[in-house]
Design a protein around this ligand. Structure first.
Ligand code: 26Q
Length: 824
């Protein structure tokens, strides 16, 4: 039995109404006579926000006085999605709000849909950070997230004539979930020079001076936990000109434009999220964003530590900082700079504090995604940090030289500085060297980083520096919120909602696999979710899809390594097969709906071509009378967190078909299975562990294994390889112009036919379509299909992000939960 700190929940709908109406009339200054859905959303959000802030303040006070180690999760992305439903779940009292809104003439669902997604992320990495915040709060860990308050989140995607068009996502005009802290600011320096001198005690001192100053302003977002009063903080930094609004001196002397330009340049830093996913394409502004956010966060963390009046050697016992990929790596030289330049510590003492403080999570082995920055850019923007990085490298290389005197080649390989033209700073090496633990995000991935990109470092530091924490997802959002009926059905069998706090309790569902009534309701829920998605597709694409057909879904960022091209070639193959059949043969086929969704990075031309092909195929297939309901192909526009909440519960099969060894983990695979869908996948990322948990008989695996990828790629160049005739037939259809001008798709086809097929589409095609045939057969046997689905749900307990957070806490952070009932 737990209780929120806040004394007064809305016990009745009247209480809710009173609060919501008060906010609409006073906070929002709206007359009730023109209260539209937007205003009703505002009033509802503010009413729930009031309930949250009491707990939030208490939690922060409690954490301050507890004098316990805290976790700081540094991520350039937090893909939060909507907050209202989550707030209602955590504050409880959704029922009184629903009844109160009905009195006012509104439907809860419409009100929830008023909210814009907080889309401060690209994909998996950003959503992982959001799930982690949810788990940290729900498990009562004293933890803060630190990020950037982008004015524009990930762009909104529109499909026009089959092409992706990007629309800016200006999301902040009404955001009741953030609290500006105009009193919490940090001055951040860029550019300038370093002056060295020897002080009175004979010590070398470095001063970074003459730089340009930009101000960081804190915006705080409350992160409520489930079934606990713990409410943690997400602090997002916004940039503004340091000298107030703008330079009045310049303004008064007539230089209006340049005074405004200074202000705009400062504000540009936090203006927009870089829309690249798994591709390093940053320019100076990206590096500025990274330093701005790292420096502000470090200043804030150090300021808090200094209030405790502890000795510096206690810092790693008070602070654990987790780096979400290499994006926050500058925090490492920044902490070293603070300790030696500002606090006067000796190098070795400072460096030992730094290493004990940081942990680094790697999310990719793709070479094009590994962050590197040019030395000249560094020199220009962050001259003192470059010196410190060189010193870190010197100490490190000396250590390597002492321990591996015979391996001279190794020095060049492991150096933080790549000796290229221009020289480059390798951020992953810096992150690794500056941390006490490095982790991958699924078992295969954690093994791969040890044998590929970090091989030498395993020799240098030993294997214990490397560990695995397999990703997870929060069951609060991805089961209870996205699929309330399934959650309710589970609760009815398990005797309550404890499984939302301990997902391993789902195993008890295996007792109901053969329970007729349970199975029937499970199926009905899936069908209802498919009807809901079908309606969304009808409303947005104008295509009618049959909810009784097999829904086959691939939604994720568009990337060649994720192989949406394999999927759409498979759809074309199915189409051509249907066309070649007699009406009698067609009658035996299982109807299918192939559903795609996802954004392409705006500069990623091949990914955009894949989107175009999906839409071109849809335009032909969906209007072909021979095909009818047997096959539909749709691209759902603007895939994001709130769309995922509709799409994920509606799958029969979802596709996780990356070239083996390329997808670090994947997390949507977990979401789909938890919602009672089966998956087709390669032996990659977390698919492997999902298979181990749910059983081989409950998953459709296909394709080559990661250990064979290198040889296969080699063979494409050195032995003549022949295509599977079925893939050839697909290419011929494209070339004949059956999906519009073939020229538009030639790069996609030629990448496979002529340029080495790097992602092994041709090698896996046969196995892929054969596996789809197995799926067709399996789906016809609904009884056995439902058994697989239920069994899989029951075995998904491992993939809760609560389990991940406990693992990080124990293996990497060495932190304990803080009981929220302990009075300050
Ligand atoms: C880097 C430099 C400059 C600009 C952008 C970037 C950048 C931005 C985002 C690089 C990478 C990302 C995102 C990576 C990502 O989402 N990785 C995914 O992380 C998930 C969580 O661990 C995994 O499940 C996925 O397998 C992995 O692809």
């Amino acid at each position: 039995a737990w209780q929120k700190f806040s004394a007064e929940p809305f016990n009745t709908k009247e209480q809710f109404e009173q609060e919501a109406v008060r906010h609409i009339e006073t906070t929002l200054a709206r007359s009730l006579y023109n209260c539209d859905e937007g205003a009703a959303y505002g009033g509802t959000a503010l009413a729930f926000r009031d309930r949250m802030v009491i707990d939030w303040n208490r939690t922060q006070q409690n954490q301050t006085f507890a004098d316990q180690k805290r976790v700081y999760y540094l991520s350039l992305e937090f893909l939060m999605g909507r907050a209202l439903d989550n707030a209602m779940l955590n504050v409880q009292q959704k029922d009184s709000a629903k009844a109160g809104l009905a009195d006012l003439g509104f439907r809860m669902e419409d009100i929830i849909n008023q909210e814009r997604d907080a889309a401060l992320g690209n994909g998996g990495l950003g959503r992982l950070a959001a799930c982690f915040l949810d788990s940290l709060a729900s498990l009562n860990y004293p933890a803060w997230g630190y990020g950037l308050r982008y004015r524009y989140g990930i762009f909104k995607q529109e499909i026009i004539d089959g092409y992706q068009v990007e629309i800016p996502d200006y999301w902040l005009d009404f955001n009741p979930w953030e609290f500006p802290r105009h009193d919490v600011t940090v001055d951040i320096q860029f550019f300038g020079n370093v002056r060295k001198y020897v002080d009175d005690s004979g010590k070398q001192v470095s001063v970074w001076e003459n730089g340009e100053i930009v101000q960081a302003v804190a915006y705080d977002v409350p992160i409520p936990g489930y079934a606990t009063p713990t409410t943690n903080n997400l602090r997002l930094w916004s940039s503004k000109a340091a000298s107030g609004e703008f330079d009045f001196q310049k303004f008064n002397s007539g230089e209006y434009e340049s005074s405004v330009a200074d202000q705009q340049r400062a504000e540009t830093i936090s203006a927009v999220l870089y829309p690249n996913d798994n591709l390093e394409r940053g320019k100076e502004l990206r590096l500025k964003q990274q330093y701005f956010w790292c420096a502000a966060s470090l200043f804030d963390i150090v300021r808090r530590f200094k209030k405790s009046k502890k000795a510096w050697k206690e810092f790693p016992n008070a602070v654990a900082i987790q780096l979400n990929d290499t994006h926050p790596t500058l925090a490492i030289p920044e902490l070293q700079r603070i300790l030696i330049d500002q606090e006067g510590l000796e190098w070795d003492e400072a460096w030992s504090i730094v290493q004990k403080t940081f942990g680094y999570t790697n999310h990719t082995v793709l070479p094009e995604a590994l962050e590197k920055w040019s030395v000249p850019l560094f020199q220009h923007l962050l001259p003192r940090h470059l010196q410190i990085i060189y010193d870190i490298n010197l100490h490190f290389l000396q250590y390597v030289e002492r321990n591996f005197p015979k391996d001279r080649e190794m020095l060049g390989r492991v150096s933080i500085i790549e000796e290229s033209q221009p020289k480059m700073v390798r951020m992953a090496y810096l992150a690794l060297i500056g941390s006490h633990k490095v982790n991958g995000v699924a078992e295969l991935h954690s093994d791969l980083i040890k044998t590929t990109i970090f091989k030498d470092f395993v020799k240098i530091y030993g294997p214990d520096k490397f560990t695995n924490v397999t990703n997870g997802i929060t069951p609060r959002r991805w089961l209870h919120q996205a699929n309330p009926r399934l959650s309710e059905l589970i609760a009815s069998k398990l005797g309550g909602y404890d499984f939302l706090k301990d997902l391993t309790l789902l195993h008890k569902l295996e007792n109901y696999v053969d329970d007729k009534a349970f199975r029937k309701e499970f199926q009905e829920i899936k069908f209802a979710n498919k009807v809901r998605l079908a309606k969304h597709i009808k409303d947005t694409n104008g295509v009618s899809v049959n909810p009784a057909a097999l829904f086959d879904i691939q939604v994720k960022r568009i990337h060649e390594y994720k192989r949406q091209q394999l999927n759409i070639f498979g759809v074309i193959h199915r189409y051509l097969t249907i066309k070649s059949m007699s009406p009698e043969e067609r009658k035996k086929l299982a109807p299918r709906v192939s559903i795609f969704g996802g954004k392409a990075a705006p500069g990623y031309w091949m990914a955009k071509t894949i989107i175009h092909l999906v839409n071109a195929v849809g335009a032909v297939v969906n209007n072909d009378k021979d095909v009818g309901d047997l096959l539909k192909c749709v691209f759902v526009e603007d895939y994001n967190v709130s769309k995922a909440e509709i799409i994920v519960p509606a799958s029969d099969i979802s596709e996780h078909i990356s070239t083996a060894g390329t997808e670090a983990s994947g997390t949507s695979n977990m979401k789909f299975v938890l919602n009672g869908g089966l998956i087709i996948g390669t032996c990659d990322g977390a698919n492997i562990e999902i298979t181990r948990e749910i059983g081989e008989e409950n998953i459709f695996l296909f394709g080559n294994l990661s250990e064979d990828v290198e040889d296969l790629r080699h063979a494409h160049f050195y032995s003549k390889f022949e295509f599977d005739p079925q893939l050839q037939r697909v290419f011929d259809a494209i070339k004949e112009g059956r999906f519009g001008d073939a020229g538009q798709f030639s790069a996609l086809v030629n990448g496979i036919v002529e340029h080495g097929d790097y992602y092994l589409v041709s090698d896996d095609f046969k196995s892929y379509i054969d596996t789809h045939t197995l799926i067709d057969e399996a789906y016809k046997d609904q009884e056995s299909w439902v058994s697989k689905c239920i069994t899989s749900v029951a075995r998904m307990g491992f993939f809760s992000s609560d389990r991940c957070i406990d693992e990080y806490a124990e293996m990497i952070w060495n932190v304990e939960p803080l009981s929220p009932t302990k009075k300050a």
